[in-house]
Design a protein around this ligand. Structure first.
Ligand SMILES: Cc1cc2nc3c(=O)[nH]c(=O)nc-3n(C[C@H](O)[C@H](O)[C@H](O)COP(=O)(O)O)c2cc1C
Length: 208
């Protein structure tokens, strides 16, 4: 059964990124009724602290050293989480913009899964290479500011280039972004931005 992994990255009940994901998934399910949707809620699901054995395991791998038992256990935890990505034919990431970038739980997930021999490898003659295959990925990014028409009032968007680069590093280059914003301020621009994004998401879901 083909699988879509959904990383839900907002902790808010009234989340605009989550509302966008609901619209997308409603249309996706209609068009792909046989697909398994694997929801990973980054504010509910356990992510191991990136310290101690799991961190030492990363450095052991980078130095080409054998794991201790504790490092092997630590690395296995990262492997289990990365496997959910590796087995996904499509990926949906719905996330807020926080302080120009991504929320720390999404960064935490990336820190856990971006591991040598798991989601990247290093070849002295070719540099960093991704072992994962590419797969269509959609990032729904909700922001208080408006990064669609440029009415961002002096705040910049580092979430989009950061996510594009982090995903490219692990081999995922077929990435689309659907911004939703402004999500704060006067009601009309919020409603117009939301409606525009939801229309786009409904369209994208059909052939995703
Ligand atoms: C901690 C925090 C930092 C934020 N930083 C930014 C920012 O840098 N730029 C921006 O446009 N909006 C910022 N916002 C507003 C959120 O991006 C906005 O409320 C968005 O709708 C959140 O996504 P959600 O509705 O899916 O939770 C911030 C909100 C919070 C709570």
């Amino acid at each position: 059964m083909p699988k879509l992994l959904h990383l839900a990255c907002s902790p808010r009940a009234d989340s605009e990124s989550a509302a966008g994901a609901r619209v997308f998934l409603e249309h996706f399910r209609k068009a792909h009724s046989d697909w398994d949707i694997d929801l990973m809620d980054l504010w509910r699901d356990h992510l191991p602290d990136f310290s101690g054995a799991i961190l030492d395991a990363k450095y052991a791998r980078l130095k080409g050293q054998a794991f201790t038992d504790a490092e092997r256990d630590g690395f296995a935890a990262a492997e289990r989480i990365a496997l959910r990505l590796a087995l996904a034919d499509r990926v949906l990431i719905s996330t807020p913009m926080w302080n120009f970038g991504i929320p720390y739980r999404l960064k935490h997930w990336l820190d856990v899964i971006i591991q040598p021999g798991l989601t990247f490898r290093f070849d002295p003659s070719q540099g960093y290479l991704p072992p994962l295959k590419d797969r269509p990925t959609l990032v729904i990014l909700a922001s208080g500011s408006d990064f669609v028409t440029g009415m961002n009032r002096g705040r910049i968007d580092m979430a989009t280039p950061y996510m594009r680069e982090a995903l490219r590093f692990i081999g995922i280059t077929s990435v689309r972004f659907v911004p939703i914003g402004p999500t704060t301020g006067p009601a009309d621009p919020i409603r117009i931005a939301r409606e525009h994004a939801h229309r786009r998401l409904a369209e994208l879901a059909v052939n995703f």
